[in-house]
Design a protein. Structure first.
Length: 336
């Protein structure tokens, strides 16, 4: 009987199967590569389209600027301005009008959660300060809608009410936590606990540089000058006062805070022109080289001089809040 060489007979079938498997594997890899390539391309174009919207959509620019401030990529204007990352981030926060839109664009651009990144960088108190900066800004989309629906000038804070101090409180010309010994000190007078200050106007202002870890909310007060009987206005920290009813006012009869008209105008207040970015403002050094990019509504510093290049451009030299000197084109800023 003829002997069959099994190994020789089976080998061609094995090679055929191996070839089929190899071709199938290559096809799967190719399809997978195409799918991954298509996904990558989609993500690239999705990001590119978002980046094209920077000049049209402020929330895109704010998302990108926040990412740059958080992770020091791109033009690090915070570093060049001599400010900390935290100050840069808080400055951006004060210019945001629609935080939900910024969060969405941040997710779209970086596939990351903005609040999680903020908490990682700033900590829990810093995140709350960031959110307070936004939540207490009467110019945000949400707070404007609240104000419109309520018919009040401000939808946050105390509204219009009678205000009494709950602790010793500094009365201020401006809603900023500045020391009495500061060059721009704004303290009018110290009010004792349990004193009736006047009526709140409904206006509030948030200072994210306040002494508190989460910033300071201020309430505007309207009263009458003790000497001239003219209306006077000042600010007090919301944490140091409370609103009371007319009945409580009558039953407790708190002493009235006595302020003369000149008191609200007292204190050292140097008249200087403040530079505020109106658009995205390129900031230049002494050699007119780009070193930073300021966000809309960011306070840059105080004007020092102007330079006309006789080519249609006027450049403003200013001293930043960190006492460094820079230049900016006048068309990008407002002088107040």
């Amino acid at each position: 009987m003829e002997t069959v060489n099994t190994a020789t007979a089976v080998a061609p079938d094995n090679e055929h199967i191996k070839t089929k498997l190899l071709v199938a594997g290559i096809s799967v890899l190719a399809l997978g590569g195409m799918a991954y390539g298509a996904y990558t391309l989609y993500e690239h174009y999705k990001k590119t389209d978002a980046e094209k919207d920077v000049l049209k959509k402020p929330e895109v620019q704010q998302a990108e600027t926040l990412h740059a401030a958080l992770f020091r990529n791109g033009i690090d204007w915070a570093l060049h301005f001599g400010t900390s990352d935290t100050n840069a981030i808080m400055s951006i926060a004060s210019s945001i009008s629609d935080f939900s839109a910024v969060e969405a664009e941040y997710k779209n651009l970086y596939n990351a959660d903005l609040q999680a990144d903020l908490e990682q960088k700033l900590g829990a108190d810093g995140l709350q300060r960031f959110l307070n900066t936004f939540n207490y800004n009467p110019n945000t989309t949400e707070n404007k809608a609240k104000a419109k629906s309520s018919g009040k000038s401000s939808a946050i804070g105390f509204g219009k009410a009678l205000i009494v101090t709950t602790a010793k409180a500094n009365l201020r010309k401006k809603p900023q936590d500045l020391s009495r010994f500061s060059l721009h000190g704004n303290i009018i007078k110290l009010a004792e606990q349990g004193v009736f200050l006047g009526g709140s106007t409904g206006n509030t202002s948030y200072d994210n540089n306040g002494a508190s870890k989460t910033g300071t909310l201020y309430v505007e007060i309207k009263s009458r000058a003790w000497d001239t009987r003219k209306p006077i206005f000042f600010w007090v920290a919301a944490s140091q006062v409370k609103a009371i009813t007319s009945a409580e006012m009558d039953s407790t009869n708190p002493p009235l805070m006595q302020l003369n008209e000149k008191d609200t105008l007292s204190g050292l207040d140097i008249a200087q022109s403040t530079i505020v970015a109106f658009y995205n403002a390129p900031i230049m050094d002494a050699n007119f080289k780009l070193v930073a990019m300021a966000s809309p509504m960011q306070e840059l510093g105080h004007e020092l001089m102007q330079l006309d290049d006789n080519k249609g451009n006027v450049y403003i030299k200013f001293k930043s809040l960190k006492q460094n000197e820079y230049w900016v084109n006048k068309k990008f800023i407002q002088i107040i």
